[in-house]
Design a protein. Structure first.
Length: 340
């Protein structure tokens, strides 16, 4: 391919990637090293009590932001280096908690609390979502033609539902006297409060993510099953291979590139878990790294946002995603090299 033709095909994609991916990342990285704060001044204000004859006035000192000629707040930007990262990580407090084996104290640090849940959520839902998708794909591929349409339609419903709506639906089923909670109480003959403790909320979040993402893996794997070589399967059957052996030595190796693809998508998506935190209203018990970044950007009583700490949290989240993706990317690269 000529260089000009190659540039014509690749150029628009590279430009959009630089504009919408590289430029925002550089901006966030830059903001993590600077702190922008409003400039305040202390003024004396005369405050009088209501009344005429008994009215009394006092001089109070109040702190208020300084405004410029256009009525906007005057801000001051200061380079702070790695201070925002240190404030987010709180390595000293984390090390003291770990050295004293005080797990509860360690979990009181927001970043490490969020990181623990994010990693747990990502690494547990990954094999479950892939396993569910593979099970559905094999099941649909082997049922009669008359039932395939109905099963595919039912299997895709969780993936069609908006994530927040789906999370809210699961929450309403279990919170308070929800339908599922009432059934569990009737079966176990005891009161149950599913949202009174962290571990039950996490279980519901894990269930929801696998239920929501499983259909995506199912669609990918079902498409891949249509390309399995029937001659290879027939040879395995003639050689006496069982269903499990055909699955292990024929189907899974054939689907391995798709499994890696689904794993890459799932890792990037689940590590940025946010909808579940909002939908299940779990902020009092469980938080994620993405929600922590959002919390830093929520204005405080004075209307200020911790943009620097939010940027540092976002960069740390991106670093975590890259670390998780390295093994899969290396495998993809090795397979590509071996194919050539």
């Amino acid at each position: 391919m000529k260089p000009r033709t190659f540039a014509a095909f690749v150029g628009p994609s590279m430009f959009l990637m630089l504009l919408f991916i590289a430029a925002p990342l550089i901006s966030v990285l830059s903001q993590s090293f600077y702190v922008t704060q409003s400039v305040f001044e202390t003024v004396e204000v005369e405050v009088c009590t209501p009344g005429f004859l008994t009215q009394t006035c006092e001089i109070e000192q109040r702190t208020q932001p300084i405004l410029d000629d256009d009525g906007n707040q005057v801000v001051n930007t200061e380079f702070v280096g790695w201070t925002s990262y240190r404030n987010v990580l709180r390595m000293g407090d984390a090390w003291d908690a770990l050295s004293s084996f005080d797990w509860s104290k360690f979990q009181q640090i927001d970043f490490w609390k969020a990181l623990r849940f994010t990693l747990t959520f990502t690494l547990i839902t990954l094999p479950l979502a892939i396993g569910l998708g593979l099970l559905l794909a094999i099941t649909v591929n082997n049922v009669t033609q008359a039932l395939k349409g109905q099963i595919i339609f039912i299997s895709l419903l969780p993936f069609i539902i908006t994530p927040v709506i789906g999370a809210l639906s699961i929450r309403w089923l279990f919170i308070g006297d929800g339908i599922m909670t009432a059934l569990l109480e009737w079966w176990l003959q005891r009161d149950i409060a599913m949202f009174a403790q962290a571990w039950t909320i996490e279980v519901l979040m894990l269930f929801y993510r696998v239920w929501h993402v499983g259909p995506f893996a199912f669609v990918v794997f079902y498409a891949g099953l249509q390309t399995v070589n029937n001659d290879t399967l027939e040879s395995a059957i003639i050689d006496g291979a069982s269903r499990f052996e055909r699955l292990r030595y024929v189907i899974i190796p054939h689907l391995m590139p798709l499994i890696v693809f689904v794993a890459l998508i799932h890792l990037m998506d689940s590590y940025r878990v946010f909808e579940e935190i909002v939908g299940f209203a779990s902020q009092a018990h469980v938080i994620s790294l993405q929600w922590l970044t959002y919390d830093f950007l929520t204005p405080d009583e004075a209307g200020n946002r911790s943009v620097s700490r939010a940027s540092a949290s976002a960069m740390l989240t991106m670093v975590g995603i890259v670390i998780l993706l390295i093994p899969l990317l290396r495998k993809t690269w090795k397979d590509h090299r071996s194919a050539h």
